[in-house]
Design a protein around this ligand. Sequence first.
Ligand code: FAD
Length: 405
Amino acid sequence: MDAHSSLEQDENFRQEVHNWLLANCPPSQRWPITAAEQVWGGRNRTFPSEDARLWFERMQGKGWTVPDWPREYGGAGLSERQTRILEQELKRLRCRKPLYDLGIWMLGPALLEFGSETQKREHLPRIAAGEVRWCQGYSEPGAGSDLASLQMRADDCGDHFLVNGSKIWTTKADLADWIFCLVRTRQGGIKQQGISFLLIDMDNPGVSVSPISLISGESEFCQTFFDNVKVPKHNLVGKLHEGWSVAKALLKHERKLMSEVEIDTPGPSFTLHEAADNYIGRNSDGKLADLSLRDALVKNDMRFKALALTHGRSYEEKQAGIANAIAMIMKYAGTEAQKQKEEVLLAILGTQALGWESRGEEGDFNSDELLTARGWLYSKILSIAGGSTEVQLNIIAKRILELPD
Ligand SMILES: Cc1cc2nc3c(=O)[nH]c(=O)nc-3n(C[C@H](O)[C@H](O)[C@H](O)COP(=O)(O)OP(=O)(O)OC[C@H]3O[C@@H](n4cnc5c(N)ncnc54)[C@H](O)[C@@H]3O)c2cc1C
């Protein structure tokens, strides 16, 4: 196909998607979104509203909860180019994600690459349909950044593994149905070469979850315990002792997701510029009244513009078969930019940002301020979850810049 007809096809597809979204996304399912309004998958799934259910069902009907997955696994079989167009149009119309789940963002892509046909058919359609909620069992009390030091063991018992140990910082394990875990299947030798990747049903006898209370009073994380848990052999993903490759591939998806964190996270409905207009005001020449904030706002705009352009460049180069290392820096760059943005917002709002409890009507400045302090605090996790900033910088130094140890 020549470049002209390919562009024409893209444009037709974009128009089709745009029209469908306009007709099918209920006005209430546009941005902004609060945490309580997110639809998570799961056996005990509930919808925060009828509109949320409708939006989910319509998107699922199109295969657009996982648009790039093959149709036989619940997706729409869209090409990378079409998926990008869909994402752009969703963003342009400020449509919310119809479904949130680690299965969509992390496990699914890893299963597509490493899973057996049986595993794909068993798990992927249920993820696409929001029937199962997944959580991630990587970190352990003694294995975070140094993940390969993990000790939770799975002993070979013929037709099953016997799993013993615990995982920590398991986000929302208390709400999850299944967990994907890294387990040690071989003691001794090179640490990375004795790890396997297992899927475990949280309903299995011997699995228990203990929520960890946070200073906020909420409980985002759990410690998850495994006490003589029998896991069928067919739940091993990839080869025995070779789970490290699956783990690394999955982490790439996690980090990609985190590099795009600005999109789709609960937060105030106003932009930094609107907040500045509202709280700082303008001089008679039309410029923002505070010089240092003017500077901070321009820098913030430039950072996000640069990030968007770099994402775009990475995508175009990939399409053209040109290798680059951009993906490796984007988790660091994206999460740092997000943290800096929260700092600017705090500076704009000053003492107005100190609110903590409850929230009023959608779009009301005074009520949205209440999300600011929480948003600022929440942004701190971005440089820890999915691999800390320091560790990301080590990776960039070693693998991209090839600096000595
Ligand atoms: C919001 C959130 C959600 C999470 N959800 C999950 C989850 O669902 N499942 C899961 O398995 N885990 C989860 N985690 C855990 C996360 O993966 C770990 O916190 C992260 O990998 C860091 O490990 P750690 O906490 O043990 O810190 P450590 O590894 O103990 O690090 C402590 C500090 O030392 C620094 N450091 C460590 N090693 C080096 C080094 N070599 N060079 C320089 N500095 C270094 C780190 O940067 C950090 O500042 C979550 C974490 C957060 C914050």
